[in-house]
Design a protein around this ligand. Sequence first.
Ligand code: ADP
Ligand code: MG
Length: 235
Amino acid sequence: LPMLHTIKSSRDFADGGNSMDCLNTQQMKEMVLYVAQHMIENRDFLSEIDRKIGDGDHGIGISNGFEAVCKNLRQSRPASINDVFRIAGMSLLNSMGGASGVIFGVMFLSAYKQKEVILCTDVETFGREMGNSLDAVKLKGKANLGDKTMVDAFEPAVEAIRGCTGNDFAITLKEAADAAYEGVQNTKKYAASVGRAKFLNQRSVGFQDAGATSVWLIFKYMHEWAEGRMHDHAF
Ligand code: ADP
Ligand code: MG
């Protein structure tokens, strides 16, 4: 029995982890690529939402941003999970433009940004890194829960991940996506006090926030990817 265990863990170590409860660099690259491909398809949906209380360009920013993520990630051979997030974040930062480009860029750039090379991430580490990302986003954008921004979806998603006791990415990401969705619904109640919609303030009540909607979609597609991959026997 100890022998078997040794063999299994050395194989896991060699490829940076390949079990149900750990995503390796290649899998993280695939997951982020899956998210990016599907975010692009939401261009019109997201712009329509932004048109109600913003300037109607959020879908353009998101699709430009995630097209760059696709292009740059496909061309790269990330050596670590740190690389995956750095490449995605830089792509968003350099292509989205505007305030939201910085916010969504920082969202990816601030996860897995430590010197320690991470080849494999479990749910617990993922929760910690999404927490670091949330802290950085809030510091950068100075928005808190209830300000009608992407934070209203991101914070509950991060809390859901941190609250997960299991090790299964598919289950964890489902909870994150559901929490983000609830956060999006909550933005309808809020008057915007940050970003472009703050000029509408009370008139923004009743409409959902575009950036929060994007965060929900990001977690929804992460979950979709995990659901499709985690349960097939390749894992
Ligand atoms: P812009 O406001 O420059 O037109 P977008 O339309 O692409 O940018 O994105 C708007 C979204 O960006 C908002 O719906 C909101 O969720 C998010 N956002 C804007 N400013 C901030 C901020 N300071 N902190 C967090 N999110 C923000
Ligand atoms: Mg806009």
